[in-house]
Ligand binder design. Structure first.
Ligand code: URA
Length: 235
């Protein structure tokens, strides 16, 4: 589909129509390596890449972003004690209304997906949707083979306040990486699930890091850095 450059910038979160036209007039926008100074110039949007202030952007219908969440950030849009993960994203993505798909605790690190696609958020956070998620959890005390077997067989989750609860959950997979580090795969998304599973075994989790969701792997993305999902990951 062909669209005017200022309309493209508007649809991608670069501000009001007026601001977007201003960016073009000011010579801040390039397409295919050339500065374009006429906001009404039309471009085919499919596969288009443009730069604003030197930063390159693809045109996306819906944004699907992977962030390596550092510790000390909240996933809430209205954070209480720490900055929001959204503060790690550039303004155009925030303006588009990108939100985390599910949540990680403020001290949990690693793979967080964000999108402005409400249907996708709904789908991926629904309890019916069992996307495997891989975590690396460091335990304060040495792990035992018996504990790992119990986590796989199913454990009773404590309530967040530590009271015994009635929710049963299990790890789809669990492997001991070293004396205190467990790599586990979960297919449900319960509140504080990993920490509560460990608590049910009398263990405290000292660090928790998510490395994978379904086919999407964090790879070597630096803490605090983000990237757009590839087409095949998004599919
Ligand atoms: N389980 C937890 O306990 N915390 C997270 O952040 C994610 C999974």
């Amino acid at each position: 589909m062909k669209q005017r450059l200022s309309q493209i910038l508007f649809s991608q979160g670069f501000g009001t129509r007026r601001l977007c036209a201003g960016l073009v007039w000011n010579g801040e926008v390039t397409v295919n390596g050339e500065v374009v100074e006429e906001p009404n110039t039309e471009f085919e949007t499919e596969g288009l890449r443009f730069t604003v202030d030197g930063q390159e952007w693809p045109v996306f219908d819906k944004a699907l972003i992977l962030l390596n969440k550092p510790a000390g950030y909240e996933c809430s849009q209205k954070p209480k004690h720490h900055p929001s993960v959204l503060s790690l994203l550039p303004r155009p993505l925030r303006e588009r209304g990108v939100q985390p798909i599910g949540r990680l605790d403020e001290d949990t690190t690693g793979l967080l997906l964000l999108t402005d696609d409400g249907t996708l958020i709904h789908k991926l956070t629904s309890p019916k949707h069992h996307v495997p998620k891989v975590y690396e959890a460091r335990c304060k005390h040495p792990l035992t083979a018996e504990m790992v077997e119990r986590l796989k067989a199913g454990v009773e989750l404590r309530e967040p306040e530590g009271k015994p609860g009635s929710e049963i959950t299990h790890a789809e997979g669990a492997e001991i990486v070293d004396e205190t580090l467990l790599r586990l795969t979960l297919v449900e998304g319960k509140y504080h699930q990993v920490r509560r599973m460990f608590a049910s075994q009398g263990c405290t989790v000292t660090t928790l890091h998510r490395t994978r969701i379904g086919p999407v792997d964090l790879g070597d993305l630096a803490p605090g850095a983000w990237r757009v999902l590839t087409k095949s990951e998004a599919a």
